[in-house]
Design a protein around this ligand. Structure first.
Ligand SMILES: N[C@@H](CCC(=O)N[C@@H](CS)C(=O)NCC(=O)O)C(=O)O
Length: 256
């Protein structure tokens, strides 16, 4: 695309999850082998860490997979560039992953792709029924909750105490917390499908940020779950980066 966009790249160092350790072992094995092939390179295109909930989901899933990737951050510090991009290229969406020359976009497609590449990462639950459940609620987040998304856009720098949640958005919140409580009852873990976060947790992670940003009153189980998600080292890292982004950009202070 012709644009005056300046992409920032940043090395994304994965945390030491079991999948990351497995990937590290593979690297050691590869180093011992004759150097015939160039190491695979992955890049993840994202946009504002403060505003882009889909970028956050895709990024978390890459981290959960233990993927060694570089971020390509489309800057949001230039309002005219962003406005131009939004006008000229409305179909330009992030996140987009490029891995070994293969381009994958759309969060769930990225999750499925990484699940094929890193089956040992456990992006989805091992049990068939739980996996179907995980895919169902991830899909529900992917295609639904339009009222919540429109009325309570992700904005990690903001805090709105006593925000008035209108009925349509509250219905979405009620459905989401019902989904969560159903998972806690069924799988008895600290996350939706047990103690290990899966794609479903990544899909709902931006909801956790919204519920805190807009000071939404929650049942104790859901509130505790949100606190756990916000405490993931990867979440902490993302939120810190979001807070250090340049000041609010008017064009982006809407759902996107
Ligand atoms: N269904 C897509 C949604 C992606 C999406 O809407 N991305 C937004 C950012 S959160 C976007 O790229 N908007 C256009 C822009 O930022 O220029 C997915 O799952 O990845």
């Amino acid at each position: 695309m012709k644009s005056n966009l300046r992409a920032k790249t940043a090395k994304a160092a994965p945390v030491k999850t079991p999948a990351v350790k497995a990937a590290a072992k593979k690297k050691v094995a590869a180093a011992a082998a004759p150097a015939t092939a160039v190491a695979p390179k992955a890049t993840l295109s994202i946009s504002s860490k403060n505003y882009s909930s889909w970028s956050l989901r895709g990024w978390l899933i890459c981290r959960m997979a233990g993927l060694d990737f570089e971020e390509v951050v489309l800057p949001s510090d230039d309002p005219s560039t962003r406005a131009e991009l939004l006008l000229l290229s409305p179909s330009f969406l992030v996140p987009k992953l490029t891995h070994n020359g293969i381009a994958v976009w759309d969060t769930l497609a990225i999750a499925d792709y990484l699940n094929e590449i890193f089956p040992e990462a456990g992006l989805f639950p091992a049990d068939l029924a739980a996996r179907a459940h995980c895919r169902s609620i991830a899909g529900e987040m992917h295609s639904g909750f339009a009222n919540l998304r429109a009325a309570l856009p992700m904005n990690l720098k903001a805090h709105h105490p006593n925000f008035k949640v209108w009925a349509g958005a509250q219905a979405d919140i009620d459905r989401i917390t019902t989904i969560w409580r159903g998972c806690f009852a069924a799988y008895k873990g600290s996350h939706l499908f047990g103690d290990k976060p899966t794609v479903a947790d990544a899909m709902y992670a931006p909801v956790c940020t919204r519920l805190l940003t807009y000071d939404v009153k929650l049942d104790p189980e859901s509130a505790a779950y949100c606190r756990r998600v916000m405490a993931w080292p990867d979440m902490v890292e993302w939120v810190e980066a979001a807070r250090s982004e340049p000041d609010e950009v008017e064009e982006l202070d809407v759902e996107f």
